[in-house]
Design a protein around this ligand. Structure first.
Ligand code: NAD
Ligand code: MG
Length: 417
């Protein structure tokens, strides 16, 4: 029986992971769950999975949840804060960690799991984007099994016969091809992109995901981050990683071998498939994801990426080529810009232009330690926040001070996870 900690259990990946685990209680045991603020859902998860520990972000939330759990006679211990996250990721009683916190907040607990030699199921791509060299070095040193959850990387992992060594180029592979759906705005006229609302940008055509990755999919920053993720995970050079638009999201990615053979992994766009594969690897698990009906799919399309629609993809490639902390800086700037867009402070098209300005303003440094990463992450956030403030002022001036979002109105995609 595998004993797990799920970092980010109340998010889209966390919920899908628990869905699979709930169907296989003979194979998995939950030791710890974590959430940022959503204690309502975490409370329900505690009742169903009875973890030994849960972690939330603040003491107040922890007290509240602890009291409610005691009233239900549950012995789960409620902890809070960054240290507690790292602690539950390295408990002696677990062997596997699902790293499904979104953004930079996932880096330290994921590193803690690696250092403690846990099997790591990696969904939190931002950890690799911000600290790739360090992350892979730690994974090599600990000789852990790293199993990619991102559907594209999981597809590649499956096409590599389910085995690879982190950061080592797989034998006889000439290149990999990452597929991209194009996100929510793939058919919107270019001239209208700047008028995009958060709700519109969150409505991904094929996948149901958290709001940050949904916005990143609309800008294609997500695909840029996935190129960076693939570069570090599989040890391939940027020119061995191609991106093609594949609107149906049926082929999740491909590997081209030296002899011209191409292997692809197909499936319905449902994260329970890559999650099950990683949970059970090297075996396979049944799950409730829809089976693919090829006759219904009928056609698979592939198109080149439209550079003018997706400047964030090019930005990510630039950051990868600059190297060092450039990807850390871009990741931090992007987290601020996505949040600012969700809060109605900047326009959709400003996500790319402001990210670029932050990237140009801060010099990259070699990734020599976690401290360097965290310093450049903080610096980039500070610069990005200043730029958001300036952009917001000019929007308010241009709009005659009328707020772009009515007071108290929250788009559905702003829900708390
Ligand atoms: P989500 O927003 O739905 O959930 C994020 C989880 O992280 C929640 O449990 C939230 O409580 C927690 N969290 C957020 N901020 C935190 C903080 N500061 N401290 C502690 N916990 C925090 O996100 P998601 O869509 O599940 O994505 C999770 C990760 O998986 C992301 O890195 C994303 O890029 C990656 N991913 C997601 C999908 C998908 O289908 N959703 C696919 C591929 C990769
Ligand atoms: Mg993906």
């Amino acid at each position: 029986m595998k004993a797990l900690t799920i970092l980010g259990s109340t998010g889209s990946i966390g919920v899908n992971t628990l869905d699979i685990i709930g169907q296989h209680p003979d194979r998995f045991k939950i030791i710890a769950l974590t959430a940022h603020h959503n204690i309502e859902l975490l409370f329900k998860q505690c009742i169903q999975y009875k973890p030994t520990y849960v972690v939330v972000s603040t003491e107040k939330l922890a007290d509240n949840l602890q009291q409610r759990l005691r009233e239900r006679s549950l012995s789960t211990e409620v902890l809070f804060g960054a240290k507690a996250l790292a602690d539950v990721a390295s408990l002696s009683e677990i062997d596997t960690v699902m790293a499904a916190i979104v953004g930079a907040a996932g880096l330290l607990p994921t590193l803690s799991a690696i250092k403690a030699k846990k099997q790591v199921l990696l969904a939190n791509k931002e950890a690799l984007v911000m600290a790739g060299p360090l992350f892979i070095e730690e994974a090599k040193r600990s000789q852990i099994t790293l199993l990619p959850i991102d559907s594209e990387h999981n597809a590649i992992f499956q096409c590599l016969y389910g085995s690879f060594e982190p950061g080592i180029p797989p034998k006889e592979v000439s290149k990999i091809i990452l597929t991209a759906s194009g996100g929510a705005l793939r058919n919107k006229p270019l001239a209208q992109l700047k008028e995009t609302t958060p709700l519109e940008a969150c409505q991904h055509p094929n996948w149901v995901m958290g709001r940050k990755i949904s916005i990143d999919s609309a800008t294609l920053m997500n695909k840029g981050f996935e190129v960076i993720e693939a570069h570090f995970l599989f040890g391939l050079s940027p020119d061995q990683i191609e991106v093609v638009l594949h609107p149906q999201s049926i082929i999740h990615s491909l590997v081209e071998y030296l002899d011209g053979s191409m292997l692809a992994q197909l499936g319905s766009p449902d994260m329970r498939i890559p999650i099950s594969y990683a949970l059970a690897w090297p075996e396979r698990l049944e799950n409730a994801a829809a089976r693919l009906d090829l006759l219904k799919v009928a056609q698979l399309d592939f198109k080149p990426i439209e550079a003018a629609r997706y400047p964030c993809l090019d930005l990510a490639m630039q950051a990868l080529k600059i190297g060092g902390t450039a990807t850390t800086i871009l990741n931090a700037a992007n987290e601020i810009m996505v949040q600012a867009f969700l809060e109605g402070k900047i326009r959709f098209t400003e996500i790319a232009s402001l990210n670029q300005q932050v990237l140009e303003k801060i010099h990259s440094r070699p990734v020599v330690s976690v401290e360097v990463i965290l310093e450049d992450d903080s610096l980039a956030r500070a610069v990005a926040l200043e730029m958001v403030e300036q952009a917001q002022k000019s929007i308010l001036i241009a709009m005659g001070f009328s707020a772009r979002r009515r007071e108290g109105e929250q788009p559905e995609c702003m829900q708390n996870t």
